[in-house]
Design a protein. Structure first.
Length: 455
């Protein structure tokens, strides 16, 4: 890594890529709580296990999530650089596995009776045939602001393999990455009439990527600098998250825009690996919607045959998402684009990518033109019918990182800790006068943003 900007706080320099008109959909948030309202005796939060109250306490950091302390006042992220050797794919996988979240930091699955879940519902977001999505508040012992989370409630009658379903959720709870929805808690609520599964998540998003792309095209906002900066940044964010998942030996198996959440200028993969445990045609559309209308649209060709899926099937699905991002940046994305793309041959897609490249490079500066050329090439490889030709998620993320170094305004600090290996030299320039150098070990893989303390 030749030169990297160290970002002091997560998303501190990111411009907002969403819109005010986008409806808040699911996931949890550190945003200011909803306006206070008078609470009746019926609103009282019921007592629950201490572990749950501790987990959802706003003063308690998310397990493995890193500190939320503000950066020192004299810290200037604009003046910081980091130089470090890059990981090989093998060393990257080893480091991810060596930084697993301790089992003691993962809240166990819990079972409650009717009305015993110690959270307060504040707003219903989506009521689908499969699940209810709502916003909840955490209990607090004093007047401190309540933290909000998203909750997905799934009727047990929809689950055909409860054991496999719970094992998949446990795997999700062990993951911590800046662009993965954090599954904080799972539980069951059992009463004589109903039996539901609850999944509490963070953050509360404003919508999903599918709706976002349609909105920015319809409104013309895809031409605005802030929107374009976010769209370009998300190539690296999604690749970084998928590389982390694959390094954990986990396949996503359901990558599509409706399963990618958008909050401000960030994107998040929703929890995954659970769709196989639902009855019939019930396929959860992430944390923001009910069943997907076109579940096979983003599926790799080999998955539709008798060949068992592997990690390269996820690469094809992410390539489909990349194609939609590129089409949006070129102003060519439309509703029904995914269905149109799924009916094209591999040769047709390669031709279309060539056409997009012409639109994207028109009138661009050198760094932007180079970025689009690289992304078109990477997307072309990801959409190959032959899985062996597709690059790994690590190589995709590394390719994005290399080209984003030339236009750092569109990169994300999620890329910094993932691609430094072992000891690294960090150079901090303070107001252009003082220079401090230190040796450090990359130890916070996937556990929040890369933070430089100044004394």
């Amino acid at each position: 890594m030749d030169s990297r900007r160290a970002v002091a706080t997560q998303g501190a320099e990111a411009s907002t890529g969403g819109t005010n008109s986008t409806r808040q959909l699911s996931g949890g948030s550190n945003e200011e709580p909803p306006s206070k309202r008078a609470r009746s005796s019926d609103d009282r939060v019921p007592e629950g296990p201490a572990s749950m109250r501790h987990l959802l306490n706003p003063e308690t950091s998310v397990p493995g999530g890193g500190s939320n302390d503000a950066a020192p006042a004299n810290f200037s992220s604009e003046m910081c650089e980091m130089k470090a050797p890059q990981h090989t794919e093998r060393s990257y996988v080893q480091e991810v596995k060596s930084n697993s979240l301790p089992t003691t930091a993962i809240s166990p699955h819990q079972i409650f009776g009717e009305g015993q879940v110690p959270v307060m519902r504040t707003e219903s977001l989506v009521q689908g045939s499969l699940a209810l999505i709502d916003i909840i508040e955490s209990p607090t012992a004093d007047a401190t602001p309540r933290k909000t989370f998203a909750r997905k409630t799934i009727p047990a009658s929809r689950v055909q393999n409860a054991r496999g379903f719970l094992e998949a959720l446990e795997a999700n709870k062990s993951l911590r990455h800046q662009h993965l929805v954090t599954v904080l808690l799972t539980y069951e609520e059992v009463d004589p009439q109903n039996h539901n599964y609850g999944i509490i998540m963070d953050p509360v998003a404003q919508g999903n990527l599918k709706d976002y792309l349609e909105e920015v095209i319809d409104s013309g906002k895809y031409m605005e600098p802030d929107t374009r900066m976010s769209l370009r940044k998300w190539f690296g964010c999604l690749a970084s998250a998928l590389a982390y998942i694959h390094a954990k030996d986990i396949r996503h198996e359901n990558i599509q825009p409706s399963n990618i959440l958008v909050k401000d200028s960030d994107v998040f993969f929703t929890f995954f690996g659970v769709s196989k445990y639902f009855r019939g045609d019930d396929i959860p559309g992430g944390t923001t919607s009910g069943p997907d209308a076109q579940p096979g649209t983003y599926v790799a060709p080999e998955v539709e045959s008798t060949r068992p899926p592997d990690f390269k099937a996820d690469i094809f699905s992410l390539g489909c998402v990349y194609l939609e991002l590129l089409a949006t940046l070129a102003g060519k994305y439309r509703k029904g684009f995914a269905q149109w793309r799924s009916k094209q041959t591999s040769s047709d897609i390669q031709i279309y990518l060539g056409q997009l490249s012409v639109y994207l490079e028109c009138g661009q500066d050198k760094s932007s033109s180079e970025f689009y050329q690289r992304m078109v090439k990477v997307c072309s490889q990801m959409l190959e019918d032959n899985p062996s030709i597709r690059p790994s998620a690590f190589m995709i993320a590394k390719s994005v990182l290399e080209v984003q170094q030339r236009s750092p305004e569109s990169d994300c600090d999620c890329m910094i800790p993932w691609f430094s290996s072992g000891d690294c030299t960090i150079t901090m320039k303070l107001s252009g006068l003082n220079i401090a150098k230190l040796r450090t070990k990359s130890k916070n893989m996937g556990f929040g943003s890369f933070r430089l303390p100044l004394r």
